[in-house]
Design a protein around this ligand. Structure first.
Ligand SMILES: [Zn+2]
Length: 359
């Protein structure tokens, strides 16, 4: 992107018209005589352009002080984005427009990732961006996604399943490394045999899937897998990867209109095979660390494969989680290697009764 502006050399009062390009290395200033200057971001200071209608003035050096003047305020957005770690030196025009505070937080947190996005493109940039997103931002995004996906649906709020699921989550969570997320499970009444993870800790389980589990350990297998999708930021990364650079910049600049697009993306989200395998492996690891019987996860996958393996379109858990024999074999292998004495997850609870209370 080219910008028009004026350059002052600090010695004479002449305003030289210049063509400006913001590069990863710095601000490239091209004069009409063809000569080019490169200002590194860390040596530049903004001295004007904090108010609407005011020109942006950047200065460099002490004696003489060179200056660059640009009228287009959009220049500041791109400048902050390109300046990466020096972005804080430049005024954020979004603040002037009174954006939501969490969006501003996200702006600061994601500058680094966006630069990567610009330099390496999607998906490498999307991954770097996801790594820089503050967890509070992911939680907000995940909550919005979960709300959108469950709006109008009836929820199972019975005490027994709620408390039991909470207990399973807590047991698994106590075995994770320290992390910033708060897990929340939404139990949605519906025949869909599916479970999905939205960013920042939000997990949606359909009662159709719950009905297919035979005990708490089987559900724990599903939950451990979904928790790992969240802990590894798979949901956030996948959302970012599927959005255009334009949409990502809109998110960072705080355009609320973009949320609809983000949510639409998650509805049709398929994790890559690599993410699924990672969630399997780390999910199993989590079960073992939490002393939960690992056969639950394997048995559930077996059931899914036997029942729905040939009908992927009808049952979303199968279509979003391709249950190939190879994955089951690997899980078995992993469980066999571990020597854990597992403890029963729920004592004195009839799983059948629990499931029935929800349908
Ligand atoms: Zn998965």
């Amino acid at each position: 992107m080219h910008w028009q502006g004026h350059y002052l050399d600090g010695i004479t009062a002449t305003r030289h018209p210049v063509n400006i390009i913001l590069t990863p290395a710095g601000i490239q200033i091209k004069k009409t005589d063809g000569s080019v200057l490169l200002w590194q971001y860390n040596e530049v200071t903004q001295t004007q352009g904090y108010y609407a209608g005011e020109q942006i003035r950047l200065e460099r050096g002490a004696d003489p002080v060179e200056a660059l003047v640009v009228s287009n305020t959009e220049f500041l957005n791109v400048l902050r984005f390109m300046a990466s770690s020096s972005a804080g030196k430049f005024h954020d025009p979004a603040i002037r427009r009174k954006r939501l505070p969490w969006i501003i937080l996200a702006v600061i947190g994601t500058i680094g990732g966006l630069s990567a996005l610009y330099i390496w493109g999607i998906p490498a940039g999307a991954n770097a961006l996801a790594d820089h997103v503050p967890p509070e931002w992911e939680a907000k995004l995940g909550e919005a996604v979960a709300k959108e996906l469950t709006v109008g649906e009836s929820m199972c709020t019975e005490t027994l399943p709620q408390q039991s699921i909470e207990h399973i989550i807590q047991t698994l969570n106590s075995a994770t490394l320290k992390h910033p997320y708060q897990f929340k499970v939404y139990l949605v009444k519906g025949e869909t045999v599916n479970a999905l993870a939205a960013p920042g800790g939000h997990i949606i389980i359909f009662t159709g899937l719950l009905e297919q589990t035979k005990n708490a350990e089987e559900l724990a297998g599903v939950l451990a897998h979904e928790m790992q999708h969240i802990l590894q930021k798979h949901a956030t990364k996948s959302i970012f990867q599927s959005l255009s650079v334009r949409a990502l910049i809109a998110i960072v600049l705080g355009d609320p209109g973009i949320m609809g697009d983000v949510i639409g993306t998650l509805g049709s989200l398929n994790y890559s095979r690599a993410y699924e395998e990672e969630a399997d492996y780390l999910g199993m690891e989590l079960l073992l660390k939490a002393n939960i019987n690992p056969t639950g996860m394997i048995d559930f996958f077996h059931t899914m494969n036997k029942k729905y393996g040939n009908e992927p379109e009808l049952f979303r858990y199968v279509s979003t989680h391709p249950l190939i024999a190879e994955r089951i074999r690997r899980l078995k292998e992993q469980a066999k290697k571990a020597s854990v004495t597992s403890k029963p997850l729920l004592i004195g609870v009839s799983w059948q009764q629990l499931v029935k209370s929800c349908v």
